[in-house]
Design a protein around this ligand. Structure first.
Ligand code: UT7
Length: 333
């Protein structure tokens, strides 16, 4: 147990993606689209797609094990696991399957759903348990297999999404706090912009008692509205988090945004006057992996040696809900 008032350090990261890749050219054989349209409108080239055997828990466990190894602890030392996902293997929750797969027997494990903001919301949630001294070692996973829920005949959405998992280990430390500031928002009045909703029909059980019978319907999105929302709200929420962190945009080493569209990332960077070489991007390889996108690109940048211990990262997630949030943190022990 840490003492009340412990600070936070993000000490390990890991990621995993399914094997199969689907390129823009592959997609143009499936729907009326082109590499030119997809690349110029989104920056995406490829995405990884999970087969039937590649479950959310499998790729999450692989990402989690890599993060735990980098942090230099064992799974048995983890106190808390939060899995941010909108595509669980089991609607009752998938975090417990991951806990069992990695042998984190001491950890309490639960799912958190906030779409593409999920990883940021989960990181901030885990941080509260550390700050209050309740837990020392936490594992935060962002993972999604949206390919299960895409209408593969609908060109306006099927070209955007890919599957993947990313994880970080967040630990309590005494004497400093590397989570410098954060901010989170929700606006349910715009919920209809982006949905993966249950749709049922009424099925009678007995007289006067009916139940809903149906399933979740494929993703629907008003792309233009979500785009407008993102370029308006993301710079604002990062500015608020930077204010709380008492830093200016010049002090930010890396802008780490949810990987939804290169044009959104470029516009946000421009508004914040952060130069493009500080923008972390891998959506050309992975597409939009929802809750996984932020830890996936972080892991890649750390392992490439781009992000170094002590670097200041401004991270922001945004998406369905609508939800959006930002966390400013320093990487490493
Ligand atoms: O992770 C959750 C957060 N999600 C986002 O942040 C997504 C935000 N939105 C976007 O990134 C963009 O709105 C999209 C990439 C989804 C779409 O780009 P856009 O520049 O807003 O295109 P649009 O929806 O305005 O469509 C322009 C045209 C339309 O044709 P008309 O009506 O101008 O004739 C579409 O039918 O492009 C057409 N279109 C396509 N054409 C070729 C839509 N999808 C495709 C496609 N290939 N895949």
């Amino acid at each position: 147990m840490t003492k009340l008032g412990a600070g936070i350090a993000i000490t390990g990261c890991g990621s995993a993606a399914p094997k199969a890749r689907l390129s823009n050219d592959h997609l143009s054989q499936m729907v009326e689209t082109s590499d030119e349209w997809i690349s110029s409108r989104t920056g995406m080239k490829n995405r990884h797609i999970a087969s039937w055997e590649e479950t959310l828990s499998n790729i999450s466990a692989e990402a989690a094990e890599a993060a735990i190894a980098m942090a230099g602890i064992s799974a048995a030392e983890i106190d808390l696991i939060i899995l941010a996902t909108s595509t669980p293997d089991d609607l009752f929750g998938t975090a417990c399957q991951i806990q069992n797969a990695i042998g984190a027997y001491k950890a309490v494990a639960f799912d958190l759903t906030a779409a593409c903001s999920g990883f940021i919301f989960a990181l901030i949630t885990a941080a509260q348990f550390i700050r209050t001294g309740v837990y020392q070692n936490t594992l935060i996973i962002g993972a999604d297999v949206l390919s299960r829920w895409v209408d593969w005949s609908e060109r306006s959405t099927c070209v955007l999404f890919g599957d993947g998992a990313g994880a970080v280990v967040c630990q309590g430390i005494q004497g400093s706090d590397r989570l410098l500031g954060f901010e989170m928002y929700s606006d349910g009045s715009q919920n209809n912009c982006l949905n993966l909703s249950y749709q049922g029909q009424s099925k009678p059980l007995i007289e006067d008692v009916t139940v809903g019978s149906g399933t979740y319907r494929p993703i629907t999105m008003n792309g233009r509205e979500v785009y407008r929302f993102a370029v308006a709200k993301v710079p604002e929420v990062i500015e608020k988090a930077m204010f709380r962190a008492n830093i200016t945009a010049e002090q930010v080493d890396w802008l780490l945004l949810h990987q939804a569209n290169q044009r959104i990332m470029d516009t946000v960077a421009k508004r914040l006057q952060i130069p493009e070489e500080k923008v972390l991007s891998n959506l050309a390889k992975y597409g939009n992996t929802s809750a996984a996108s932020i830890p996936l690109v972080l892991d890649e940048a750390v392992r490439q040696g781009k992000v170094k211990p002590g670097d200041i990262i401004a991270a922001s997630g945004f998406g369905a809900g609508l939800t959006w949030g930002a966390a400013i943190f320093q990487w490493g022990k």
